[in-house]
Design a protein around this ligand. Structure first.
Ligand code: HDE
Length: 710
């Protein structure tokens, strides 16, 4: 029996056989060539290319409607599309597992076994996404990234539907439709795609100042991550945990990436948007398939019930972080994503997250954003996937499901039971008492008057925006100014950019002055709001460099031409691979490139035109003979490669002719033109010209330098 595609995932399947993968196997179909083509009702088809026609043979003749085989093919095609997600339409997903750490602090706060039982391996599916763009938009646009985790626990599914930014634009769920309408393409011309750089977005956020803190995060480097694998994840909303002594704690969830937090340069991000719109999607797949499964630590911040009101901000306000100096992080487990999907639509598209899906020991708070989310997600899945969306293979739990919900479109369960209600004479489907694992709501005492309101501490909007700006490093601050300036410069309505530059003065005078100067906004005449001068850990990406410096899974380009030094390339490739990096040889053509000794050549994976410096983290140019050096220096594309990589603060190393070529390319380089030149010091060593690298890629730079010198 020949099996198409069957062998492809074999290796991966063996090492990732979680309970969920086993469950999905029940409906995973291998394409078996020997079966031959059939209709959907299983009848073998002899011709799938020619519609049944009435013809004397001299011409096609009219097509006959009676051709049920052709009709079925067209009908199925006509209905392939489902509504895309109203936000977060573009995404990429992967399978993996979560494991709680042994002896972590989690059991002080919760009896949820998924978080406390270190002997368990809980299957997970994670979907990363952008928010604004349509399903077909580019990955690297400036936007917030979704970080949605479905844990298939033994007590039911737990969905932690988060973002890569710890706060949100609005405080009350009722503002969500306004916010999304404002950020999405404008209604009259459906412009722009995958961007927040337009009048309506800045008009709205200017009039809704509670968004100021989140807007700062989105305009910073956090809005243009290098990879999904190098982002933090945050539950954002305040949830609650319940322990076995029936004590309740408020909790915020954090995912901390093993690889550290890194971003693209803005100039890189929008170039990649055109050069390779699937950059992040492919990066996730490439890393998993190359044996570098991404890993995150799960950490929690908790606040006891009695301390709820002991903070100057409201701990239920999703536009605020809980500074770690006030509320420390406890690391309680880790998540690894080690398996790519078999088919995008049934897995990544049909996965449906709901904040309301929690498991015993985890609950909600009165966070007004979360309360609305708990309603919205379930509702939207019904439009997107139909009422029985929880039965879809990717969504169904790995534990038993038993209740009296019935029927609806696309019901796939056949319940062998004559009663579908409770109570019933057969005692079928009785509720489970809390003591035996039934979900238990905390008995929260609530006294109040029915009213529409914003609670008092929800009125303050700029303290933490200021804290954010104060906590950035100098390069990050410059990137923030550049981000604001780019976006507001795209707004052509003066009312919009003038009022937003005025608002910025409530956050920071220098920021407001710099942005207003760049975009023709309103220059502040005096400080709008005194700076409290406070900073906090965990805002700057420099706070999240990898614990152990690594170049694992980083893409390194080796530029060559005929006459290169074969030994130099072999040694470098071997050293890079040994460090877990992924080297690519780029030459004047795809194919064999001959070496200086004429002995062995090297196969160039790509030619100079087809892959740009933006797609790599670092660049190495080996030595070679004189003709080789001359050819490299005569190539405008090579010179541009080097200058562009330098401008993006990449690690660059070269030997001999490679070094000469780098110096040639950078001889007329005007540092001020570099897209971040302030932290891109050119260092000339005996190994070549090496930039210190952008702060966020510094570990790569150091390691490439070490390898080049070693
Ligand atoms: Fe969402 N959000 N959201 N959101 N959200 C959706 O659900 C909504 C919010 C987030 O990969 C929708 O299945 C409301 C915060 C992610 O499938 C929808 C409010 C955070 C995803 C919805 C928020 C998020 C969504 C659209 C304000 C970070 C993608 C399709 C009260 C914690 C999940 C869907 C995936 C998706 C509603 C605010 C994250 C319409 C009403 C805050 C990662 O239900």
């Amino acid at each position: 029996m020949s099996s198409v595609g069957g062998a492809i995932k074999q290796a991966a399947t063996n090492m990732t056989n979680t309970a969920k993968i086993a469950d999905l196997q029940r409906c995973t179909v291998e394409t078996v060539a020997s079966t031959g083509l059939t209709t959907d009702h299983g009848v073998r088809v002899s011709d799938t290319d020619n519609w049944l026609k009435l013809s004397d043979g001299s011409g096609p003749g009219p097509a006959l409607l009676e051709d049920h085989i052709a009709r079925e093919k067209i009908h199925r095609f006509d209905h392939e599309r489902i509504p895309e997600r109203v936000v977060h339409a573009r995404g990429a997903g992967a399978h993996g597992y979560f494991k709680a750490y042994e002896g972590s602090a989690a059991s002080q706060f919760t009896y949820a076994s998924v978080l406390t039982d270190s002997t368990r391996t809980t299957p997970v599916f994670v979907r990363f996404s952008t928010v604004q763009g349509a399903r077909g938009s580019a990955d690297t646009v400036r936007d917030v990234r979704g970080f949605a985790v479905k844990m298939y626990t033994q007590e039911g599914n737990w969905d932690l539907v988060g973002n890569n930014i710890p706060v949100f634009f609005i405080q009350d769920a009722m503002k969500f439709p306004d916010f999304v309408h404002a950020v999405k393409p404008e209604p009259h011309n459906e412009v722009p795609t995958g961007q927040t750089a337009h009048n309506n977005f800045w008009d709205f956020v200017g009039l809704q100042p509670e968004s100021a803190h989140m807007v700062c995060w989105a305009m910073s480097d956090r809005g243009i991550p290098r990879s999904y694998r190098m982002m933090q994840g945050f539950g954002v909303n305040t949830y609650t945990l319940l322990n076995s002594a029936n004590e309740r704690f408020f909790v915020k969830f954090h995912w901390l990436p093993e690889l550290g937090v890194h971003s693209l340069m803005w100039d890189e991000a929008f170039k990649i948007g055109g050069q390779d719109p699937d950059f992040h999607r492919k990066d996730l797949e490439e890393a998993i398939e190359n044996g570098a499964p991404p890993k995150w630590t799960l950490a929690i911040q908790t606040i006891a019930e009695r301390d709820e009101h002991n903070f100057e901000f409201d701990i239920l306000d999703a536009t605020k972080i809980w500074p770690t100096e006030l509320v420390p992080l406890h690391e309680i487990g880790e998540m690894v994503l080690n398996r790519t999907v078999d088919e995008y639509f049934p897995e990544t598209e049909q996965i449906a997250f709901c904040t309301s899906q929690v498991v015993p020991g985890i609950g909600f708070s009165d966070d007004p954003l979360l309360q609305g989310r708990n309603f919205s997600y379930f509702d939207t899945q019904i439009t997107r996937l139909g009422v029985n969306w929880e039965q879809l293979p990717i969504n169904r739990p790995v534990c038993p499901v038993m209740n009296h919900n019935r029927d609806g479109q696309h019901q796939t369960r056949i319940n062998k039971c004559p009663v579908n209600y409770w109570p019933n004479r057969l005692n079928a489907g009785p509720p489970v008492p809390a003591a035996q694992g039934g979900y238990h709501e905390f008995a929260q005492k609530v006294v109040g008057i029915k009213q529409r309101l914003r609670a008092p501490k929800f009125q303050e909007h700029f303290n933490q925006a200021q804290l954010f700006v104060n906590s950035l490093s100098a390069p990050e601050k410059a990137h923030l100014i550049a981000g604001f300036s780019f976006e507001l410069n795209h707004c052509d309505d003066p009312v919009v950019y003038e009022s937003y530059t005025k608002l910025l003065n409530n956050i920071d005078f220098d920021l407001a002055t710099a942005v207003a100067t760049n975009v023709g906004g309103v220059l502040p005449s005096e400080v709008g709001r005194p700076n409290h001068g406070q900073t906090t850990f965990g805002i700057s990406q420099l706070d999240f460099m990898p614990k152990t410096p690594t170049i694992k899974s980083r893409r390194i380009a080796i530029l060559v031409a005929d006459g290169f030094d074969a030994t130099g390339v072999t040694v470098m490739k071997t050293a890079l691979k040994a460090s877990g990096a992924v080297p690519f040889v780029i030459g004047p053509r795809r194919g064999n490139i001959s070496s200086s000794g004429g002995s062995e050549g090297v196969f160039a994976d790509h030619h100079f035109e087809s892959q740009r410096s933006t797609m790599f983290d670092a660049l190495y140019i080996p030595n070679g003979n004189a003709e080789y050096g001359a050819a490299l220096r005569a190539s405008g594309r090579v010179v541009h490669w080097i200058a562009e990589a330098f401008g993006h603060c990449k690690a660059i190393a070269g030997l001999g002719e490679g070094q000469n070529t780098i110096q040639h390319a950078l001889a007329h380089y005007v540092p001020e033109l570099a897209f971040g030149a302030f932290d891109s010091d050119a260092v000339v060593t005996s190994y070549g010209v090496i930039t210190s690298g952008k702060y966020s890629l510094r570990s790569t730079a150091t390691d490439v330098i070490n390898i080049a010198s070693g």
